[in-house]
Every structure is written in C-alpha cells, then in structure tokens.
Ligand binder design. Structure first.
Ligand SMILES: C[S@@+](CC[C@H](N)C(=O)[O-])C[C@H]1O[C@@H](n2cnc3c(N)ncnc32)[C@H](O)[C@@H]1O
Length: 332
C-alpha cells in the first residue's frame, strides 16, 4: 500500500461544508487500497476526501435525504464506494466482512437538515416541530406535547444543560393545554416568553432545541453504541476520528478514548485502582477549526476533533459507566 497525501482543502459538491476536513484526513491517514467507514455520510465531504486519497469507503447515514449525494459518489468512484442506510450504532455489522482501517463520525447535523424548514431543526426558520433525522419514530412535537411537565423539564436540563428548564416546561404545559404546539416558531416564542432574551446572547431557544434534537434522535445512545462498535471493528492500529459539536458529546468521546479521565473525575475520593489497559492511543491533541476555516464556515466554531488508534487490547463490552452521560436532575 502506498501512502497518499490527503487532498488539502478539497471541497465536495454539495451544500454541507465538511468541518475540519484536512484535520480529519490527517488523523485517518488514508492509504491507497485502505478501507474506511464514514458513519455520518451527510453530503459526503469526508467520504470524498478518503476516496480521493485512493481508499475505499463504506458510508452510513440514517437520513434518506442523503441518497443523491451517495449516488453521485457511486457514479464517480464505482465499487470503491458503497452506501448503507442505517445508524452508526451498528457500524460494525454494516461495514461488511473486509478489514477496516479507520472510522470517522461527524456528530453534528448537516446543513441540509438545519437549513430545510420542513425538517424542523431550526428555530430561525418556521416549520413543523419534527427533528427526526431518519424521518421515523417520535418527533419533537410528540415529546413537547406528550411528556409530562416534569419529564419535559428534566429532558431540557439533561440534554440542553438548560438551567431554567422548569420555567420553560411550565410555559409549554400552559400553552399546550389550549392547543398542541406544532411548529418550531411557536416553540421558540414560548421559550423566549418563559426565560426572556438578552441582546447579544444566543437565542434563548438554542439549548431547548439542542435538548429535543438529542432526545428525538437518541444521539448520546447512538454515540456510545457507535464508539463501542468502532472498538470491536477496528484491528490494532485502526484509526478513529470523531468530531463533536457540544460538551455532552465531547465528554463522552473524551472519556471513552481515555477512561482514566472519567475514573479520575468520578472517584477522586476513592483509593487509586490499577489503570485499565488502554484500548486507544491518542493520535493528536484535540483539534479545533482555525481562523481561516471559521471565516469560511462559521458552523465549525464549536467543532472539536479527537482521534486515536486502536491498541491490541480486546474490545470492552458496551457500558455507560464513566462516560459522563447527563442525569436528569436539579432543574430550576
Ligand atoms: C454533520 S453531518 C455529516 C457531514 C459529512 N461529514 C459531510 O462532510 O458532508 C451528520 C450526518 O450524520 C447523520 N447521522 C447523525 N446521527 C447518525 C446516526 N446515529 N447514524 C447514522 N447517521 C447519522 C445525519 O443524518 C447527517 O447526515
């Protein structure tokens, strides 16, 4: 296998601008003849970069709307590219039988999802209160109208880190007693009514929308399953790159890759136990977008890339312990 330079700055066709593309490709170090799993295909920016470097790619996405982008890569790269609809929680079984050299997960939502009002992800564009990446299962409207007030407050607190979650849940409960809340605009106005809006700060609904999106798509559950699936799938030396967009996700990735960090936080009053055998060896320090990328793509501002390579230690059974997953408690 011959090492091929990652195509610096190569931009794919498609409306989603890949975040930290050069850094992700550097972390994965694709070789001609190598084989990679892109667990969050989107518009295919990372897949294209890997394919351009001569590797083969199995791409996964739960959003049926990405099909045209997958078809385009299929037409261009033929059998080196394949697309499997599904969730990355099952990436080890979706990857096929051949060995895999690396896995990449880009955890944000795509520009196609956030910019399309009909998908219901954005409080800036009025649309149905949906937020389902796959288009199936419970929608955000189902949760907003169906959970009891305390459950809703807990959800907003746990997944949105929203300290005023009880006030928001109460305002929602009062409003929905008159008529169900069905649009993103309605929900955004209710959150603003509940907690006010300060000039110069992010929209007050930002945290509530994040919380609902995480719950609707079981994003943290998917992340945990996907990370353990990558651990099972990758042989010694196999590379994992994960781009997270908020602190809940990044904490899970950080502690998964380095369980000692989680253990140190969780049991600092306990006697020291022997460090566990590492499953992952960090490839680089966490990376963030530089000024040039931020100027071109403001959506990269909260992105953080962690990368590691697999050690020879056997994969662990799936466990939530020590990953710092949020608990629903303490809402005000
Ligand atoms: C930020 S976008 C990826 C963009 C992509 N890296 C690119 O360059 O175009 C995230 C994509 O992952 C998909 N996704 C999110 N969670 C998923 C999951 N658990 N399983 C499969 N796909 C998922 C979303 O539908 C979305 O298309």
């Amino acid at each position: 296998m011959r090492e091929v330079r990652a195509p610096q700055g190569s931009q794919p066709a498609g409306p989603h601008q890949p975040v930290l593309l050069a850094e992700v490709l550097e972390a994965l170090a694709p070789l001609e003849g190598g084989r990679f799993v892109d667990g969050t295909f989107g518009a295919g920016g990372y897949s294209r970069g890997l394919l351009a470097a001569g590797a083969a790619v199995v791409a996964i996405d739960r959003d049926p709307g990405v099909k045209p982008f997958a078809d385009a890569l299929q037409a261009e790269f033929g059998e080196r590219f394949s697309f499997v609809p599904g969730t990355f929680s099952a990436l080890d079984s979706l990857a096929g039988a051949l060995p895999v050299d690396g896995v990449v997960l880009d955890l944000g939502i795509s520009s196609m999802q956030v910019d399309e009002p009909g998908r219901g992800f954005s409080f800036l564009r009025d649309g149905p209160l949906d937020m389902r990446m796959s288009g199936a299962g419970e929608s955000a409207a189902d949760l907003v109208n169906g959970l009891d007030e305390a459950e809703l407050a807990n959800l907003l607190y746990a997944y949105g880190e929203e300290r005023k979650s009880r006030r928001i849940a109460h305002t929602i409960a009062v409003a929905r007693a008159a008529a169900p809340i069905t649009t993103t605009g309605e929900l955004a106005r209710l959150v603003e009514k509940a907690i006010g809006r300060k000039p110069g700060e992010a929209h007050p609904a930002t945290r509530s929308f994040q919380a609902l999106r995480i719950a609707v798509n079981d994003e943290l559950g998917q992340l945990v399953e996907g990370l353990f699936a990558a651990e099972r799938l990758l042989p010694e030396g196999g590379r994992l790159a994960v781009v997270a967009f908020h602190s809940l996700e990044d904490r899970v990735v950080k502690r998964f890759l380095d369980p000692e960090k989680g253990a140190a936080v969780q049991s600092r009053h306990m006697p020291q136990t022997r460090p566990a055998e590492p499953r992952w060896i960090a490839l680089a320090k966490p990376r963030k977008a530089g000024a040039a990328e931020l100027a071109r793509n403001p959506r990269a501002r909260s992105a953080i890339l962690r990368s590691a390579r697999r050690s020879a230690s056997p994969a662990r059974p799936v466990s939530l312990d020590g990953l710092g997953l949020p608990h629903a408690r303490g809402a005000a």
